[in-house]
Structures are given as C-alpha cells and as structure tokens.
Design a protein around this ligand. Sequence first.
Ligand SMILES: [Zn+2]
Ligand SMILES: [Zn+2]
Length: 187
Amino acid sequence: MLPSEADLQLLFARLNNEHFNGAAPDCRIAYNERFSNSAGRITYGRRPLLIELSPKHFRKYPEALEETLLHEMVHAWCYDRFRDTGHGLRFRRKMRECGLGSIYHELGHVRPHRESGKRYILRCESCAFEVLRRRAPRKPTSCPRCNHRHFDARFLLSIYEIVALRPAEKAGARVSATAASAAPPRH
Ligand SMILES: [Zn+2]
Ligand SMILES: [Zn+2]
C-alpha cells in the first residue's frame, strides 16, 4: 500500500525537520499516475513548489520512496536558497548531509545512459511544446512556439528533471533512445 498524499505531506514535514531544520520551502507532494519512466520530479515554476512521485514506480519499489522524496527536497532547498536547479556542488554537499549516496535514485537500478546527458525537459504548459536539455536554464525561458519573437512571461517553460529511466517495455534495442526522449505526457 502506498502512503496517501496526506501521509506524503507528513513524511515531507518529518524529513524537513530531520535534514533541513525545517528550512526546505513549502512543497505540495502529489502522485502522478502518468509517470512511466521517472520516479519523481520537481516543478519550480510555482509556489508551493510541486513534487510529484510515480505511484507505478513505488508500488514496485516502495522502499525507495523516502529517498526519492528526499532527493527532490534537496532540489527544493537548493532552488529556494540559491536558485540552483542542478546536481552541482551545493546539491551534492546537501545530498551527502542527508545521507543520500547517488544523484540518481537507485530505484529501478537504471541510470541515464552516459551518451545522453540530457536530464531536463523544458515544457510549455500552454501548447505542450517540449525540449530536452543537458542543463537547466539559468534564467526563465519562454516558449518559442507560443511567442517566437521574444521572451514572453505568459508562456514560461516549466523545468522538469529526469531523475530515473526505465527500459521501455516493448522497445527492445531502442530502449535507451526511447527512454531518454519519451517525456511522459508531462515530465
Ligand atoms: Zn507554447
Ligand atoms: Zn535530481
């Protein structure tokens, strides 16, 4: 049985006290049934920040849930303090403080392939335009499809991080390409 979303919120509060002295910013924790190739993700473009977890994934790997939530919380904390969305020095330092061993969740024991260093999906919530990026953009970026002339704050791209990959069930040899580019209807 997966914890309810209310329980997740309590788990968040507990981890916040244990590892962040209560200083992790408010986050809403939700399940997203549509996640198929990622365990969790954080969305920075709104307050409270949104952390989503894959119920499919954690039905299989319930023991990994807390670690995944904690990983996303380290992101929330880094973003809140430094506007840092990456896995750089600050992230790693805080992650080690929290007792997390790897920047990738060991969940499905699948890591992104080295060949594809693309770990972020930029998505327009208006038109569903999506693009993969190696790094999270340093400043707000707007959708090139909704307004191709200039920056337009109405169409800010949301930044999603790919935190775990899972081989596609039927894709055989094309597994890595599929997993790397298949942004779930979202992520
Ligand atoms: Zn758009
Ligand atoms: Zn991460």
